[in-house]
Design a protein around this ligand. Structure first.
Ligand SMILES: [Zn+2]
Length: 278
């Protein structure tokens, strides 16, 4: 009997220690699991941090990319004039490109300026002959003739065939659908603008601030600015201020190419023939 009790006691002892060691093992494993979880957790935090860092870097490179791809088109109308050389010199200083919509009589008057525009790698566009709405918009044919004449003169002077045109005062309201069709079927590409510098009426460097304000609005709307300026001395005198702003804000100036998708004012219901309402 005593032996049996002793056996039971020993058996219990063995079972107890056995359980105890299982328990220890479980606890150890659980601790280990916990530490794995902790380390996984830490790693996932690290991954998070890493991905956040990567995201920041990719966002940053997106921003850089955006900066690189921020395009602006500078356009100068009504030249060439005695101010053209100054405009060209300033553009050269900033390594900037521009497009000049020129008048036929002015090209004849200052052929060296036309040559210089082309030689320095800018785009030569056409602005017609008379700059007189009563003549230019008189009929589809008169608009076409003015642009064709300007095209031929440019070709003679600088050996450049340009189809880029800007009609006097922009395409709205007088360039109706039928005018657009005639110009289009003769290969001309009508270019309007989405920023009016008002440089013909503002004095000093005021036009630059006007332009900068509009650039910021357009960029927020995701559009590439096409700036209307004029080939005149006051514009030339303050052009470096505008180009400094553009350079500091990561804008890249581009000239309009023959194959650039033209930007036009939309007629909506605003276009009408000159003769019907004037
Ligand atoms: Zn003009």
């Amino acid at each position: 009997m005593k032996k049996l009790k002793l056996f039971i006691f020993l058996a219990c002892l063995v079972i107890f220690y056995g359980c105890q060691s299982d328990l220890d093992h479980d606890q150890k494993e659980s601790k280990a699991k916990k530490s794995i979880v902790t380390s996984q957790h830490t790693e996932s935090e690290l991954n998070n941090k890493k991905s956040m860092k990567q995201k920041t870097e990719s966002e940053k490179s997106e921003a850089d990319k955006e900066n690189i791809e921020k395009t602006v088109y500078l356009t100068f109308d009504d030249g060439p004039t005695s101010a053209t050389t100054d405009i060209l010199d300033t553009l050269h200083q900033f390594d900037a490109e521009a497009t000049f919509f020129m008048l036929e009589p002015s090209m004849k008057e200052l052929p060296e300026a036309v040559d210089k525009i082309v030689e320095e790698g800018h785009a030569a566009g056409l602005h017609g002959v008379t700059h007189d709405i009563y003549h230019f918009y008189k009929s589809e044919q008169s608009a076409l003739e003015e642009m064709t004449t300007a095209q031929e003169t440019l070709k003679q002077i600088a050996d450049v065939q340009s189809n880029l045109i800007r009609t006097p005062y922009g395409s709205v309201p007088y360039l109706t659908e039928s005018y657009r069709e005639v110009l289009d079927s003769n290969g001309f590409k009508v270019w309007d603008w989405n920023i009016d510098s008002d440089d013909w009426s503002l004095s000093g460097d005021q036009y630059v601030d006007t332009v900068i304000g509009q650039i910021e609005e357009l960029v927020n709307a995701g559009e590439a600015p096409i700036i209307l300026m004029h080939d005149k001395q006051n514009t030339a005198d303050h052009l470096s201020k505008l180009l400094t702003y553009l350079a500091e804000h990561g804008f890249q100036t581009k000239k309009i190419e023959e194959n650039t998708q033209p930007y036009n004012f939309n007629c909506y219901q605003r276009c009408h023939r000159l003769s019907t309402k004037e």
